[in-house]
Design a protein around this ligand. Structure first.
Ligand code: COA
Ligand code: MG
Length: 282
């Protein structure tokens, strides 16, 4: 099972955008990814880092998970980005373009204890997903579907057929190592229907949530990745029916014509725990 903390929505905010950084204190997002990498232009990188350090020291982001996406260590900014957040009150450092577990070792050596998250967005990263997920410092994965599409030379398709192999490999690796895993962004931020369909696809596959680029996308992701009323009610009924069956000396129950075994109860309890965590978040 994935973590109890909800990660339905993870909103990227360019570290250079003062107004957006401020606004995020009141947005209904489960996590914020403060970006110093691709959303920040080269000549703004150093100022953005300073602004972000300053903002994180004074702003109140409440229960929202605070994740900082640094530049890669193969750039002129990466090492200083990592150093700037040593000892700061953040939930994770997100490392871009992780292709091997050694990419994570290099960051881990520079920072003693903050959990690391990996951007999964290179072809090599997909093939090494298992060993990356096994890294002792790794706590989460984020799909970087734009970079992956660029490497694959694949085209956008609403069904994301070209992405399926990579998404599936990373999901398997994340689940095998009990990591949080968040789906990639939906670029067309005014296309609500397209976003909803992609959220539902990612949810059905097992992702914990979706990375987002605009506040207008929050509600759709938050709804898609939360258990629905019907799912909550069904989970409660399954637990009741299973308890009653056990009390009667039976190992399985039947609800709505479907078998309910011990393993379904684990899922039902996870659904209720998730609903509770979401309630606590809002
Ligand atoms: N986080 C927080 N607030 C955001 C935001 C974000 N990602 N994107 C927009 N906003 C805010 C704006 O500051 C603005 O607030 P205001 O009304 O108080 O001024 C409001 O939402 C409306 O913004 P809008 O005018 O619709 O957006 P835009 O045209 O200025 O910007 C984008 C559109 C896509 C450039 C912008 O949303 C963005 O930079 N997104 C993040 C991109 C990113 O981080 N990419 C890296 C990962 S893929
Ligand atoms: Mg990327």
């Amino acid at each position: 099972m994935s973590t109890i903390r909800p990660y339905r929505s993870a909103l990227y905010i360019p570290g250079s955008k003062d107004r957006a950084l401020d606004k995020a204190q009141t947005l209904a997002t489960d996590a914020i990814i403060f970006d110093l990498e691709d959303a920040v232009a080269p000549d703004e990188k150093i100022a953005a880092r300073a602004l972000l350090v300053q903002t994180l020291a004074k702003a109140d982001y409440g229960r929202r998970a605070k994740i900082v996406r640094v530049n890669g260590l193969d750039t002129e900014w990466g090492a200083d980005d990592v150093a700037a957040f040593v000892g700061s009150d953040i939930d994770a450092l997100l490392i871009p373009k992780v292709s091997t577990p050694e990419d994570l070792d290099a960051v881990a050596d520079l920072t003693p204890d903050v959990p690391l998250w990996a951007m999964m967005e290179t072809a090599l990263g997909m093939l090494n997903a298992t060993s990356i997920a096994a890294h002792p410092r790794l706590a989460g994965m984020v799909m970087g579907t734009n970079d992956l599409a660029k490497e694959l030379n694949s085209r956008f398709r609403a069904d994301r057929l070209p992405m399926q192999a990579g998404l599936g490999l990373c999901l398997l690796a994340a689940k095998a190592h009990n990591l949080t895993i968040i789906d990639g962004v939906y670029n067309a931020f005014k296309d609500d229907e397209g976003l909803r369909a992609e959220c539902e696809q990612g949810r059905d596959m097992g992702f914990d949530g979706k990375t987002l680029i605009h506040p207008a996308q929050l509600e759709i992701a938050n709804t898609a990745f939360a258990p629905s009323e019907a799912e909550i009610t069904l989970a409660q009924r399954q637990i009741e029916a299973f308890n009653a069956a056990q009390a009667a000396g039976q190992g399985v129950a039947v609800v709505d014509g479907k078998i309910v075994e011990n393993l379904h109860i684990v899922t039902a309890q996870a659904t209720l725990a998730k609903a509770k965590a979401i309630e606590a978040q809002s």
